[in-house]
Design a protein around this ligand. Structure first.
Ligand SMILES: C[S@@+](CC[C@H](N)C(=O)[O-])C[C@H]1O[C@@H](n2cnc3c(N)ncnc32)[C@H](O)[C@@H]1O
Length: 211
């Protein structure tokens, strides 16, 4: 089992994060990582001038893709070192140091057309995930906006349980991998409509909009 997640842990990972992900993107839990990010951008349908917030921006790999569409980029992360890397990769980005789980700084309350998050929200347990998505929708998203999340995820609770048995030694109990059936049902109950696509055996993308 890996150590508990803290900003300091991510600080220590920042320098080598991009190389690390490239090396392991053919295996659990990062299998399909680049394809997940590609699909996130497609489902985001970015347009010039869109204001985009990347929650858990990390080194900025996903955010950088939206620069090509001339979007206005914002990023939140609680790791200073990750934010330094993001600033190098996306110099135009507005970067905010904050914890996804806590109250967000007032500078973020400006209305976003799109909120994205890649491989970050699995650090939150199910209740915190749902609370965060609901708050992103209610507090930060514009009326016609969309939320696109890509992460370690399985089609169903049953598939996740089977993977956990199969991957016993690689499974990390500090991480809360998604099960799409459980998430969809709970978000529908909150008035949010969810479309899910499985991209690799352990990676998937959620598109979330208001009904
Ligand atoms: C696995 S990395 C993913 C980075 C990037 N989004 C990507 O796709 O490669 C997780 C990121 O989420 C950030 N993170 C994790 N938990 C967080 C929290 N509670 N609040 C803010 N950032 C968090 C970490 O600092 C790290 O940058």
């Amino acid at each position: 089992m890996t150590p508990e997640r803290t900003p300091e842990l991510f600080d220590s990972w920042a320098e080598n994060y991009d190389d690390f992900v490239d090396t392991v993107s053919d295996r659990f839990p990062f299998a399909g990582y680049h394809q997940v990010l590609d699909r996130m951008v497609e489902l985001s349908d970015p347009k010039e001038g869109m204001r985009v917030l990347d929650m858990g921006i990390g080194t900025g790999g996903l955010a950088k893709r939206f620069v090509d569409f001339n979007c206005e980029i914002w990023g939140l992360d609680y790791s200073s070192k990750m934010l330094e890397k993001a600033a190098q990769k996306v110099p135009s980005a507005h970067l905010v140091k904050a914890d996804i789980r806590s109250e967000w700084p007032s500078e973020l309350r400006i209305g976003f057309d799109l909120i994205v998050s890649a491989y970050s929200i699995h650090h939150l347990d199910l209740n915190a995930k749902l609370d965060t998505i609901k708050r992103m929708h209610d507090e930060l998203l514009n009326k016609e906006g969309r939320i696109v999340i890509g992460d370690v995820s399985f089609r169903s609770f049953a598939e996740r349980a089977a993977a956990r048995r199969e991957l016993a030694h690689e499974w990390d109990d500090y991480e809360y991998y998604w099960a799409a059936d459980e998430t969809k049902t709970m978000l529908w109950g909150e008035g949010l409509y969810v479309v899910y696509e499985q991209i690799s055996f352990c990676g998937g993308v959620y598109l979330i909009v208001s009904v």
